[in-house]
Design a binder for this molecule. Sequence first.
Ligand code: APR
Ligand code: PHB
Length: 390
Amino acid sequence: MRTQVGIIGAGPAGLLLSRLLQLQGIDTVVLENRSRDYVEARIRAGILEQHTVSTLIDAGVGDRLQREGLPHDGIFLQYPGTRHHLDFPELCGRKVWVYGQTEVTKDLISAQLAGGPPLLFEVSDVTPEDVDTDHPRIRFTDADGVSQVLECDVIAGTDGFHGVSRPVVTAGTSGLLWERTYPYAWLGILADVAPSEDELVYAWHPDGFALLSMRSPSVSRLYLQVDPDEKIEDWSDDRIWDGLSTRFALDGWELETGPVTEKSILPMRSFVSAPMRRGRLFLAGDAAHIVPPTGAKGLNLAVADVTLLATALVRLLAEKQTDLVDSYRGRPLARVWRCTHFSWWMTSMLHRSGDDFDAELQLSQLRRVCSSEAAARELAENYTGLPLDV
Ligand code: APR
Ligand code: PHB
């Protein structure tokens, strides 16, 4: 088998890269080690920045997003006694969309399977080789158990945090890693109940953080800060709703409850790996960096990487110019660090840990964002998405 760009991983990063390259006449093959059902059932975050929405629409995969996505003009920040609305269009002229990453993935897969480039599920033993030459290849075993070799001009490692690509990049370069694990986790639920508020509520509470989000006018997505070693079996639906009701409590307002259809515990970490390239192997998305979900940046950062990478690969493969692939080694990192800082800042402001001194600092910061236009604008600009080159 031969292709121009061999793409490892069919998450949003790999699928969108394949789509953007196809539109520019570049051949790709996408290799995914899970099944289509598994990939389409994985529940992830659900906030899209303006840039992400325009990229998906321009790539011809935004029809359902435009029909079903919910445009939001802001968020609420809550601390005891106060629920304050931040109006994004007023603060920075942009807004965000609520549309699950799972839905983005489904839309990209169905576009790809309807006459797009090959997308192979349930492959195994995926191994990038000879990435320091102009003729790298990917060895893998296909779904029928047959060993295959995919000869490529370039390999894209979009195989997420646990993938095989990043170790190959770091093994062959003087790579650097930065990591922060947080002393808390999120317990997330999906529930068949209309969202109790029309936009997201990020709540600080002495018991811990809570987030009210949604997937549609009839499905709520809610999160609760818990200890990282909590077991999901210890959290009955009643215990979860009680915790949420306490943390969102506000005079004259009621949290509506309903049947819980999914629940899980998510770890929180920040992670950045550099460089994002070794020879002809390029990393994008979670393969290169992870942010905690508080700023809703993970998917948007992956889309930003892939936008830069697609342009750089078209320039290399169609125009034989190496300037943009050379700068890709570090160019996305300025934006990655901006989003890493913003996600860390939102996370640190809203989650309970430490002592009473820490709690007073958090409350002081929250009051500042809710009372100063300058402080609110700083949050709004970051939340709705900064330009590709920051
Ligand atoms: N071979 C082939 N595929 C692999 C391998 C491998 N060895 N290892 C992992 N994969 C696949 C995973 O099964 C997954 O489908 O690579 C894909 C990576 O997708 P994601 O983890 O979704 O990462 P990415 O596409 O970078 O998406 C960005 O945004 O909201 C965040 O973390 C969230 O996943 C999200 C991310
Ligand atoms: C979600 O809806 O899953 C979601 C929304 C906002 C976040 C994180 C997750 O900050």
